[in-house]
Design a protein around this ligand. Structure first.
Ligand SMILES: Cc1ncc(COP(=O)(O)O)c(C=O)c1O
Length: 405
C-alpha cells in the first residue's frame, strides 16, 4: 500500500543551517565552515565557557531552583536577571514593575512568542525588518501571521548604513507598525547605527507611534561590553514608551544547545504589564507548555554571582577580541596579496559576521574549488576562522575576485 505521505516533496535545506549540512558531507581536509553562527575557538571547536562549567558544578546538588520555577514563564530569577542585563541594574521600568518577561527557547523562541502575542493582541499586523536581515526573521514573523515588510538598511556602495533610506522608509510606515531592530552587531551586515543615529531613529519611531521590537542575539559581541551593547535598547526604554526585547544567550554564554532566552515586553504601567504577562502565558501554553530549567539555571547562576559575572565579562571580551583579531588578519592577508577591491569594511564591521560583498557566483566558486562554506549572500562567520585558516580563505577570495567570469 502506498504511503499516505508518498506525494510529499523534498524540502530545501535551511539557507543558513544547510551550509553546515553541506560542509559535513565534504571529505576535503582543508574544508572550512564559515556558516556557523556559534563561537568557535582557534582550533575550530565549540567553546564551553569556564564560567559555564563552574555554574554547572554548583548546580549539581542544588534543588532550590525548582522552587522558584513559575509554570509557563520559567525561572523567575532568570527572567528578572535577563531584564536587568539588557535594561540596566537601575532601570526604572524594572523598579516600577512595568516589564513582563517570559523565559523562552533562545532568541528564536523569544521572537516567535513575541510575534504570536502581537498577532493576537496588537492592532497593526505589519512588521518592518531591515533589508537585509537574519534570514529567519521573515519566516518567524510570517508564520505567526504578521505581514512582513522591509526598510532600507544597508548601502552596498558605501558598505555602510543607508541612514537616509532607513528614515524615509520608517517615516512612510503606517502608524503603529512594528519595527524590528537588531540591538547590536547587525546580522548579516555587521553595520550598526551610531548613538546619534539611534537617537534619531528613536525620535522617529516614537513620533510616529511605531512599536520597537529589539532582537538582542549578540549582547557583548559588538563592543566587548555588555552595557555598551545594550545602549540602544536602554535609550528606547528610558523614554517610558513600549518596547519588545528578545534575548539570546546562545552566543554570549555559548549556550546554543541549551536554548536559553527571554522575551521582555516593557509596558507603560505595572497593571498593564501584569495583564500582558497573563496573556503571554496563554500564548506559550499551547506551544511548548513550559521552558526547560537547566540552561536558564546556568545563566542565572552566572548573572547573580558577582565573581562569576565578572569572569563571564572577561571571557566574553576575549571572544569579541578574537573576532576583531580575525578581521584584522583577513584584511592584512588580502592587502598583502594585492586582492583588488576595498576590503576596509572587514575591519570596520561589528560583531561575529562579515558581509564580504562576494556574490553568489563567487561563493559557489569558493565552495567548489576551495571547500569553503558560507551563505550565498557572502556572509562569513569570523568565529569560524582561525590564524591557520586565514591564508586559505584569502587565497580563495583572491581567486574568486580575480578569475575571469
Ligand atoms: C539576529 C539574530 N537573531 C536571533 C537569532 C537566534 O538565535 P538563537 O535562537 O540560536 O538564540 C540569531 C541567530 O543566529 C540571530 O543572528
Amino acid at each position: 500500500m502506498d504511503s499516505v505521505f508518498a506525494a510529499i516533496v523534498q524540502a530545501p535545506e535551511d539557507p543558513i543551517l544547510g551550509v553546515t549540512v553541506a560542509y559535513n558531507k565534504d571529505q576535503s581536509p582543508v574544508k572550512l565552515n564559515l556558516g556557523v553562527g556559534a563561537y568557535r575557538t582557534e582550533e575550530g571547536k565549540p567553546l564551553v565557557l569556564n564560567v559555564v562549567r563552574k555554574a554547572e558544578q554548583l548546580l549539581v546538588n542544588d534543588q532550590s531552583r525548582v522552587k522558584e520555577y513559575l509554570p509557563i514563564l520559567g525561572l523567575a530569577e532568570f527572567n528578572k536577571l535577563s531584564a536587568k542585563l539588557i535594561l540596566g541594574d537601575d532601570s526604572p521600568a524594572i523598579q516600577e514593575n512595568r516589564v513582563a518577561t517570559a523565559q523562552c527557547l533562545s532568541g528564536t523562541g523569544s521572537l516567535r512568542v513575541g510575534a504570536e502575542f502581537l498577532a493576537k493582541h496588537y492592532h497593526e499586523r505589519t512588521i518592518y525588518i531591515p533589508q537585509p536581515s537574519w534570514g529567519n526573521h521573515l519566516k518567524v514573523f510570517t508564520m505567526a501571521g504578521l505581514s512582513v515588510k522591509t526598510y532600507s538598511y544597508y548601502d552596498p556602495t558605501t558598505r555602510g548604513l543607508n541612514f537616509q533610506g532607513l528614515l524615509e522608509d520608517l517615516g512612510a510606515a503606517p502608524a503603529g507598525a512594528v519595527v524590528l531592530l537588531h540591538a547590536c552587531a547587525h546580522n548579516p551586515t555587521g553595520v550598526d547605527p551610531t548613538v546619534e543615529q539611534w537617537e534619531q531613529i528613536r525620535q522617529l519611531i516614537r513620533s510616529k507611534g511605531l512599536l520597537p521590537f529589539f532582537d538582542s542575539a549578540y549582547q557583548g559581541f559588538a563592543s566587548g561590553s555588555l552595557d555598551a551593547d545594550a545602549q540602544p535598547v536602554r535609550m528606547f526604554v528610558a523614554d517610558g514608551g513600549e518596547c519588545f526585547i528578545a534575548q539570546s544567550y546562545a552566543k554570549n554564554m555559548g549556550l546554543y544547545g541549551e536554548r536559553v532566552g527571554a522575551l521582555s515586553i516593557v509596558c507603560k504601567a505595572a497593571d498593564v504589564a501584569g495583564r500582558v504577562e497573563s496573556q503571554l502565558k496563554l500564548v506559550i501554553r499551547p506551544m511548548y507548555s513550559n521552558p526547560p530549567i537547566h540552561g536558564a539555571s546556568i545563566a542565572s547562576t552566572i548573572l547573580k554571582n558577582s565573581d562569576m559575572y565578572n569572569e563571564w565579562k572577561i571571557e566574553l571580551k576575549a571572544m569579541a577580541d578574537r573576532i576583531i583579531s580575525m578581521r584584522k588578519q583577513l584584511f592584512d592577508a588580502l592587502t598583502a596579496k594585492g586582492t583588488p577591491g576595498d576590503w576596509s569594511h572587514i575591519v570596520k564591521q561589528i560583531g561575529m559576521f562579515t558581509f564580504t560583498g562576494l556574490n553568489s557566483d563567487q561563493v559557489a566558486f569558493m565552495t567548489k574549488e576551495y571547500h569553503i562554506y558560507m551563505t550565498s549572500d557572502g556572509r562569513i562567520s569570523m568565529a569560524g576562522l582561525s590564524s591557520s585558516t586565514v591564508p586559505h580563505l584569502a587565497d580563495a577570495i583572491h581567486a574568486a575576485v580575480t578569475r575571469a567570469s
